[in-house]
Design a protein around this ligand. Structure first.
Ligand SMILES: CSCCC(=O)C(=O)COP(=O)(O)O
Ligand SMILES: [Mg+2]
Length: 241
């Protein structure tokens, strides 16, 4: 069904929305799993790694956990697809290098890039809000099958700079960063997860639940949110352009 919105900014979820969860789980997750040990051993002194390891130790309530225990916790979170912030930070470091090296190329559903280009050309501001870290998001858009898409995207938000994706305050933080705190109804959030859509709506945003067959949340649906099976079902007008 076609959906029409009068908004200024679109905020995009990645996994399940712009891109296949299967690709993330089958390609990116194994890539990070096989490299956590080396990252902890060889770059354990890097400030970002130090910070993430401290967060892992806090989450597992083991202040003295050694590298092997930290790696075990990271792999357990991978197995259950738990989107823990330090896991995402460390994955982001590993994936960024993999994308830069040419080992990895990101994935987008066929309907996504034409829509993003059309919206961008029409003056719609595009942003990302994903559990994947900002570093991972940057690499993901830079290394797409159609080249560098980063120029299309203005703001990148994750669970560190915005907060948890199922809390309304995180969406208020993003709206403030976009200069739209007073007019949150000028923002449209696209996601596959009902809990994220609920939180965005609680912050005053428009929402569309993107439902793609085969994605984990497809059967569950998106409750009473507007829904679309692909981005070409979403039309954006800008009355204030
Ligand atoms: C480039 S981000 C990689 C995907 C990922 O790790 C992730 O957790 C995405 O979650 P999302 O919030 O986009 O559903
Ligand atoms: Mg998602």
């Amino acid at each position: 069904m076609s959906q029409v919105f009068d908004i200024d900014s679109v905020v995009l979820d990645i996994e399940g929305t712009t891109s296949a969860t299967g690709f993330v789980v089958d390609v990116l997750y194994p890539y990070s799993r096989s490299r956590f040990g080396a990252l902890l051993a060889e770059r354990g002194g890097d400030p970002e790694v130090v910070r993430a390891v401290a967060q892992v130790r806090e989450l597992i309530a083991e202040p003295d956990a050694d590298d092997a225990r930290v790696e075990k916790a990271l792999n357990a979170w991978l197995d259950e697809d738990r989107k823990a912030t330090p896991l995402k930070t460390l994955q982001g470091l590993i994936w960024s290098e993999g994308f830069a090296r040419g080992d990895l190329v990101s994935h987008f559903y066929d309907d996504v890039l034409p829509a993003l280009r059309a919206w961008h050309a029409a003056g719609v501001r595009l942003h990302v809000y994903s559990s994947g870290s900002v570093a991972a998001q940057r690499a993901w858009f830079r290394s797409s099958p159609e080249g560098d898409l980063l120029p299309l995207v203005e703001g990148l938000y994750d669970t560190e700079n915005a907060g948890p994706k199922q809390e309304a305050d995180s969406y208020r933080t993003i709206a403030t960063a976009l200069g739209l705190a007073a007019t949150p109804e000028r923002v449209l959030f696209l996601s596959d997860r009902p809990g994220e859509l609920d939180a965005a709506r609680a912050a005053g945003w428009h929402t569309v639940g993107v439902r793609r067959p085969g994605e984990p949340y497809y059967e569950q649906g998106v409750g009473d949110h507007a829904q679309a099976g692909a981005f070409d079902e979403i039309t954006i007008m800008r009355s204030t352009a």
